[in-house]
Design a protein around this ligand. Sequence first.
Ligand code: ASP
Ligand code: MG
Length: 407
Amino acid sequence: MALIVQKYGGTSVSDVERINNVAERIIKEYKKGNQMVIVVSAMGDTTDKLIELMNQITSNPDPREADMLLTTGEQVSIALLSMAIQAKGYKAVSLTGSQVQIKTNDHHSRAEIMQIDTARLKAELAEGKIVVVAGFQGINSRNDFTTLGRGGSDTTAVALAAALKADRCEIYSDVDGIYTTDPRLVPEASKLDFISYEEMLELASLGAKVLHPRSVELAKFYNIKLYIASSFNDQPGTMVGGMDKMERKRSVTGVTADKEQVKVTVTKVPDQPGVAGRLFSKLAENNINVDMIIQNLQHNNKNDITFTLHSNDLDKGIKVIEKIAEELGAENVYIDNDVAKVSIVGAGMITTPGTAARMFNILGEYNINIQMISTADIKVSCIIEKKHADLAVKVLHEGFELDKLEF
Ligand code: ASP
Ligand code: MG
């Protein structure tokens, strides 16, 4: 008998027929003698709809009330799924984050799970019930509802698997695995049998929206293998786990583009020790994540500092940046929304020299201008004009022969 945590995404439970299909899949595993803990997202685009409603009332909602609202989506889907399982003659119980006691920190809308109480879960499992838990939500130290950030149900599933020491953690959605790039954009994309946590983390945080990045971090930390597959068919999916030797044979595993980037340039900042520290500490204090950073020495002891942030952070970021730019005696702040970040990721890069050069050559061949570059152990990212993003992904995918990947 195994303890299995399964997570079903919003599309997998978007209507009654799909909820019934998910119930059947769960029951099939349960009947083999397994204990089942199920995490579900809100039905379909419920969360988007709730956000739309909220935005019609105010552009600046109280974060506590926003989380109060958004947690309702998952409450609907857990109740309906439990009923569907019960209607098929099996025992099930739905639990909210607060009923389980999924304890998070106080950061509304991007809370992190700190601790999970397993007593209630274990008691329900011991009674032979299938336990259906609301994804994406927890409670803070005041017992107020918190949410884990968009797509956070994946993280709920992995955290539950860790807390319960589950034998398997399976993430089901409408995509049947992890691909070398977005198959909607590049039909030749190959499905990967296996991808390492490290590569998945890069892809997840670079804009491949298959998994919530935090869920991969947690899985890596607790060494939990994740199985990513579709709830609509029985095609084999992708296993996410520790880096394996085979994987290093391919220099590049995936290509991805993030179109939600903004490039900020602060011009003529005095060239003095401590200046960059002050600028970026201010951004960090305000919880604004900065990604690529380039500093260029101009004449007369002045620097231009260019960096990128996520477009969601721009409204908040711009005020902070303008204020600190003025304090530092910089000349101007320029914002460029018309950019995208295209990246290649692969654990094999470590042992394959020239991978970055090959990327730049491919982009050059297609006349795609590179504005900024950043490299890390297993990724290379370039900022390019937004209109070239899709083309860049296609030609890099082809150039690195990812359509011909052998496993
Ligand atoms: N319902 C939430 C969202 O749409 C959480 C999730 O789907 O994982 O972001
Ligand atoms: Mg999701």
